[in-house]
Design a protein around this ligand. Structure first.
Ligand code: PLP
Length: 390
């Protein structure tokens, strides 16, 4: 008889798998479904990066086990990128861990730092992978509401003293998934103070760090004075270089935390294929115009989508970064009932906000991962349901 370990019960089920199932059922009926529910970049990896992998795959050095914690050249490449982009100095030996995508590190950091009975402060709404690590560590989550009136930044003064006292780890994520909010340097400075006062480690998830709109470049948490003493930043090539399938990410910052993450990574995975590491290094050190044009493309899509929303009377605030739009559902609907309606009656997939936490109720998330024409068509189809007044 197979008996799952107790920790398996704490793992959140894949809420969005249900959504994919419902969308596939519509597609199977022959419907032309526009999927704005997922977060998978729709563009290919720039060709110079693909060509580097093709060439590097033939190098016999990479056919053996890679070195523990990865190749030095990739750690140097990401340190160079941070220096150029943010003015942040990182010691490639001690302050950089190479990950299988940001996701693995975001789960592993909880295992590195949390014991049963410890508290982890988690944004609500937020990226569900934070929950998984906390569940695997057998620790407790305390949700920090992200409210529209606070610009979707958590109110650190509102954290209950008994939770703050038991807290060992705090997640933050800007540019934010799902709300599209961006953080201010003042907020990060407050977060460092909170971490120092409460002995809490900060995990800054910077997955959308490259995607900022209206001329605003998102700030890195590591630019904050004192940040490296209290935290690490998770950085990934998935969105910045359209490399989601390659699984390349990093933990950067506090040397003690980085060393724990390196150790746990080594036990699970050893390290990434060397050819991928070489191509990833080229992504980081080669021409960066691909990143600028990607951001410009998302901004133009965002603007086209918001013009269309305005025409149908769907009022919402524009995201400042990431590739997500966070829109309120009309009166009388929950995020799930609204998502079901637009799927069944308009053949458009949107992600129900409740899948990101209780405070996501009342909203849906739309991804800017289809062409402008398809985004506009999706909004027009929703407009025809007559739920909004133009
Ligand atoms: N963090 C956030 C907020 C995300 O939305 C994602 C991916 O969708 C990730 C991290 C993980 O990125 P990856 O594992 O591809 O680096």
């Amino acid at each position: 008889r197979i008996r799952p370990a107790a920790r398996m019960e704490g793992l959140p089920t894949q809420f969005f798998a249900k959504l994919v199932g419902k969308a596939n059922a519509q597609i199977a009926k022959g419907k032309d479904v526009i999927n704005l529910g997922q977060g998978n970049p729709d563009q290919p990896t720039p060709p110079h990066i693909v060509a580097k992998l093709q060439e590097a795959a033939a190098n016999p050095l990479y056919h053996k086990y890679p070195p523990f914690s990865g190749f030095a050249f990739l750690k140097q490449a990401v340190a160079k990128r941070y220096k150029e982009d943010y003015g942040v100095e990182l010691d490639p030996d001690k302050e950089v861990a190479i990950l299988f995508g940001g996701k693995t590190g975001l789960v592993e950091i909880s295992q590195c730092l949390l014991n049963p009975g410890d508290v982890c402060l988690v944004p609500d709404p937020g990226y569900p992978d934070y929950w998984s690590g906390v569940a695997l560590a057998g620790a407790e989550m305390s949700f920090m509401p992200l409210l529209e009136e606070n610009g979707y930044l958590p109110d650190l003064l509102a954290i209950a003293p008994d939770k703050a006292e038991r807290a060992r780890l705090m997640f933050m994520n800007y540019p934010n998934n799902p709300t599209g909010a961006v953080a201010t340097p003042e907020f990060y400075a407050e977060a460092v103070k909170f971490a120092e006062a409460n002995d809490v480690v900060i995990a800054s998830d910077f997955a959308y760090g490259a995607i900022g709109f209206d001329g605003e470049k998102p700030v890195s948490f590591l630019q904050t004075p004192g940040a490296k003493e209290v935290g690490v930043e998770f950085y990934t090539l998935s969105k910045t270089y359209n490399m989601a399938g390659w699984r390349v990410g990093f933990a950067l910052g506090n040397a003690e935390v980085v060393s724990m993450i390196n150790l746990i990574q080594d036990h699970y995975y050893c390290s990434l294929f060397g050819g991928i590491q070489e191509a990833a290094a080229l992504a980081l050190t080669g021409p960066q115009d691909c990143v600028n044009s990607l951001t410009a493309m998302y901004e133009s899509r965002r603007n086209a989508l918001f013009e269309a929303l305005k025409r149908i009377g769907w009022k919402a605030a524009k995201p400042g970064g990431s590739f997500f739009c966070w829109l309120p559902v009309p009166e009388g609907y929950t995020s799930e009932s609204f998502a079901d309606k637009v799927l069944l009656e308009a053949d458009v997939v949107v992600a129900p906000g409740v899948g990101f936490g209780a405070h996501g109720e009342g909203y849906v998330r739309l991804g800017l991962l289809s062409s402008e024409e398809r985004l506009v068509e999706a909004v027009e189809r929703i407009g025809k349901l007559g739920l909004f007044t133009p």
